[in-house]
Write a protein that binds this ligand. Structure first.
Ligand code: SAH
Length: 348
């Protein structure tokens, strides 16, 4: 089978051409065609020699993702359900903000982290996404936006999956979408969200990328966090905080803590005060997230009044806190639900 050209990072493609006794810059040329001009035929790569084109035809394919479903909300939020070559389904979301267009990218088919409130974990991890499958989510959305001369300006790796459980691919993905002669999405406009795989946070810090790091906290103490997030039994809060401090020291970047407000679970003023204590002295933002209720889960969304009280406690303690704005309310199917729902329909 021919190799999908999108599976190559720039470095891997350079190494490939060097091994072929060709020029290293061939890789940059091809990357420009794929990610800046977004061509889908080798013939359109007009600055390549006939010999190079023949070689590409013989050994590579240009294969995009298949759209299984696309739903557009009244606020412009667009959810894509893509079908992969082996039949698995993944979700991607385009969100429109005043500051630009952000794409929420999936990193795995399913997820092994098993957070109790999350729909994505219900089926477990089936496999990691490849470099192609990750970059093509963004490239597909960008190609649609090309029609109106718009750009994808931001990326959040917050779709299905745990990005640090697919570490190398996610790093390569960041480099590819950041490539200056390609999609050119600034590193500071990319956010990776992790449930807190501590050794990977340390490793990530070493790369000193300008990519933003977000930690899914969701509870201010170990007892509660271990109850709702399985990962906390392996990596308790003090270890997560140590890793975050190391990250801050290495990168000088602020981290974001995500905190879903779950009614009567983690949303009392006592929880808010515990959170203030936990985050004391740490250069961070806190993003309070309204829970998207999942049909198969008992958790409920915190009422707006209680959410405001929680917010106020953090704000008054001097923490940079924001509410996450919601997108695509009317199309529901949040956080893995579109996939789960479609899979159930297919089984029937
Ligand atoms: N595995 C990574 C990234 C994917 S989840 C992580 O845990 O960070 C992205 C974010 O959505 C996480 O903060 C996750 O806890 C949150 N999330 C999961 N299910 C949700 C739901 N039903 N409503 C709101 N947020 C949810």
């Amino acid at each position: 089978m021919k190799n999908n050209i999108y599976n190559f990072s720039l470095k891997a493609l350079e190494e490939y051409f060097i091994a072929q006794n060709d020029k290293k810059f061939r890789a940059t040329q091809i990357f420009e065609w794929l990610y800046r001009h977004r061509v889908t035929l080798f013939e359109k790569m007009t600055n390549l020699s006939k010999k190079a084109l023949e070689h590409l035809h013989e050994h590579f394919a240009i294969e995009r993702l298949n759209v299984e479903k696309k739903i557009v909300s009244s606020d412009g939020t667009t959810k894509y359900l893509f079908r992969l070559h082996d039949g698995h389904l993944i979700e991607t979301v385009l969100m429109r903000h005043s500051y630009g267009n952000s794409v929420c990218v999936t990193s795995q088919v399913g997820c092994n982290m098993g957070c109790s409130f999350c729909a994505s974990g219900e089926l477990g991890r089936i496999r990691n996404l490849t470099h192609a499958e990750m970059v093509l989510q963004v490239l597909h959305v960008q190609s649609e936006l090309d029609a109106t001369n718009e750009r994808v300006t931001n990326i959040v790796v917050m779709g299905i999956g745990e990005p640090f459980d697919n570490f190398q691919t996610v790093l390569d993905f960041c480099r590819t979408v950041n490539f200056a002669k390609g999609l050119e999405i600034g590193a500071r406009h990319i956010t990776i969200s992790t449930c807190g795989i501590v050794p990977k946070i340390f490793e990530f810090a070493e790369f000193k990328l300008q990519v933003n790091l977000a930690i899914s906290l969701h509870a201010p103490n170990d007892e509660l966090r271990s109850k709702i997030m399985k990962i906390n039994r392996s990596y308790p809060l003090h270890e997560v905080m140590e890793a975050v401090k190391a990250y801050l020291a290495k990168t000088n970047r602020r981290v974001t803590f995500e905190y879903i407000l779950l009614k009567d679970i983690n949303d009392t003023t006592s929880h808010a005060h515990q959170l203030v204590n936990l985050l004391r002295g740490i250069n961070c933002y806190v993003n309070l997230i309204p829970y998207n209720e999942v049909l198969t889960k008992e958790y409920k969304r915190t009422l707006p009044e209680s959410a405001q009280v929680f917010f106020n406690v953090l704000h008054q303690a001097g923490i940079n806190v924001t509410f996450r704005t919601e997108h695509g309310d009317d199309i529901r199917a949040a956080c893995g639900q579109l996939r789960a729902q479609t899979m159930k329909e297919k089984k029937r």
